[in-house]
Design a protein around this ligand. Structure first.
Ligand code: CA
Length: 493
């Protein structure tokens, strides 16, 4: 289960390194990306990237939260290394980031859209150009911060404006630096809460029938109390700003739950549609300018999201809907059309993958590995890929969602989760302690993670192997093992 950092390999055979277009959405669940086969197939343009390239079916984040995952993507490091463990820990922008390494190697680099890693001394570095939303930013007529320390309010819809500004920069680049390869990060605010669609999409899907997911009325039995205690239930915790309407009079609790789910999900999907349209405009631009063959295009999200599964919205948990990042990539020079990989790839692998494709050496502190062997057709086994992946969520009992801090390890068919019971002094974490608890899931028999088998003697060997693997990974990656790790109450044997 070792995970060596490989030597860089050039992904280009024509001399000139490829251009790199990375589109990162915010909270875009795989269940709302058509090519993932989920129930909400509203992304023909993103699906085009997968059809013309590769789809990763088991891409995971290492901490299902916005800023931490963005920091992991940029630096190729886990959050205990890059320091962005919660939403309250700003980014030390002096850290090596892959766009900065590309820039040193001759690339022109730009970042447009959501940053949310702090401002001032935390502003983006490593870019020839950036224009970002302040903090979470606004959906309508948003303010953008500019490199000269100023700001500008732009009229329009954030998703469209981020695409417009990205296309502007690409056109500028082509005029000013036609010989230099480019790297552009397009980072959307959408479809993040509070899910405000563009005016043109306000009535989209109004006539579509929606079923709640099979686990929508989860009773949270057979798992740690963390699931039951989380405050992110569609039927209880969405507020007036989220729902944007008063419920009809006289709804019983079940009817209200269905009503709230529909309000939530339709606005979410409408926001996704605008993102997908933006992706289409970028792909069209590459076609129109003859750059499609020489450009790596990747689409991902900072983490997954619950679309009513387990009754929830939001993320944070290590459960699949929240853990999984959609990740699709197109690079005609290297990737066969319609490829699929089930390798356990991670957000921390993106930096080294991009650098490898560009033929630029990774920084030694980076902790992921290049996906290039997987892009060129190796199976996970042929590539000697990792067979276990580490996860840690630090933001213990934040003031709103109240999800307990946890760490865990997943393999192809098992997942072990440890709610270790405290915030360990992390900024953004409550000092309140909770009972340490464990969960173990058999993902083959229980892919919806409804029934922990932690206490089932039939899984005793798995449990002991995975507990050892969890600690081994923590040590290998340089993370602490929380002090209450071994003093669990739930399911102690
Ligand atoms: Ca996010």
């Amino acid at each position: 289960m070792t995970d060596p950092i490989p030597a860089p390999v050039s992904g280009s055979e024509s001399g000139r390194p490829p251009n790199l277009l990375l589109v990162v959405a915010d909270d875009h669940a795989a269940n709302a990306v058509g090519c993932y086969g989920g129930p909400h197939r509203v992304t023909p343009q993103i699906d085009r990237i997968a059809a013309e390239g590769i789809r990763f079916d088991a891409c995971g984040c290492t901490n299902s939260l916005c800023s931490p995952s963005r920091a992991a993507i940029l630096t190729g490091t886990y959050n205990h290394v890059n320091g962005v463990t919660t939403l309250s820990t700003e980014f030390d922008a002096r850290q090596p980031v892959f766009p900065g390494l590309l820039r040193e190697a001759g690339y022109r680099t730009a970042l447009i859209g959501k940053w949310h890693l702090g401002h001032g001394v935390h502003d983006p570095r490593g870019f020839d150009h950036w224009e970002v939303l302040p903090d979470q930013g606004a959906y309508h007529d948003p303010e953008f911060l500019t490199m000269d320390g100023g700001s500008q309010r732009r009229r329009g819809y954030a998703t469209d404006l981020i695409t417009d500004l990205s296309l502007d920069w690409l056109r500028h680049h082509q005029g000013a630096h036609p010989a230099a390869p480019w790297c552009l990060l397009v980072q959307h605010k959408a479809p993040h809460r509070p899910w405000q669609p563009a005016a043109r999409h306000a009535d989209l899907f109004d006539d579509v029938a929606l079923d709640v997911p099979p686990t929508f009325f989860d009773d949270y039995r057979h798992r740690a109390s963390a699931a039951r205690n989380a405050r992110m239930r569609v039927a209880r915790d969405l507020n007036a700003e989220d729902l944007k309407a008063e419920p009809p009079a006289g709804l019983d609790p079940t009817a209200y739950a269905h009503w709230a789910y529909r309000r939530y999900l339709l606005d979410y999907l409408r926001c996704v549609v605008a993102v997908d349209e933006g992706v289409g405009r970028l792909l069209d631009h590459l076609d129109a300018t003859g750059q499609a063959e020489e450009t790596v295009v990747a689409y991902t999200s900072d983490q997954g999201f619950f679309l009513g599964e387990h009754g929830w919205y939001d993320k944070r948990f290590m459960y699949t809907e929240s853990l999984q990042m959609p990740f699709v990539l197109r690079y005609p020079r290297l990737v066969e059309l319609g490829s699929v990989s089930d390798a356990l790839v991670l957000n921390v692998d993106i930096a080294q993958t991009v650098l490898d494709l560009a033929g630029v050496e990774a920084h030694p502190r980076m902790q992921g590995r290049s996906m290039v062997p997987l892009l060129t057709g190796d199976t996970a086994e042929q590539a000697g890929w990792r067979t276990s992946a580490y996860y840690r969520y630090w933001e213990h009992l934040d003031g709103i969602h109240r999800v307990a801090a946890h760490r865990g390890v997943r393999t192809r068919d098992r997942k072990l989760v440890h709610y270790y019971g405290s915030g360990c002094g992390q900024p953004g974490a409550s000092a309140e302690e909770t009972p340490p608890e464990w969960e173990l899931f058999d993902l083959d028999r229980d892919p919806q993670e409804m029934h922990s088998v932690h206490d089932d003697p039939a899984y005793a060997d798995d449990l002991s192997t995975l507990r050892a693997e969890l600690d081994r990974l923590a040590v290998e990656l340089g993370d602490e093992i929380p002090s209450k790790a071994q003093s669990n109450r739930y399911g102690e044997r």
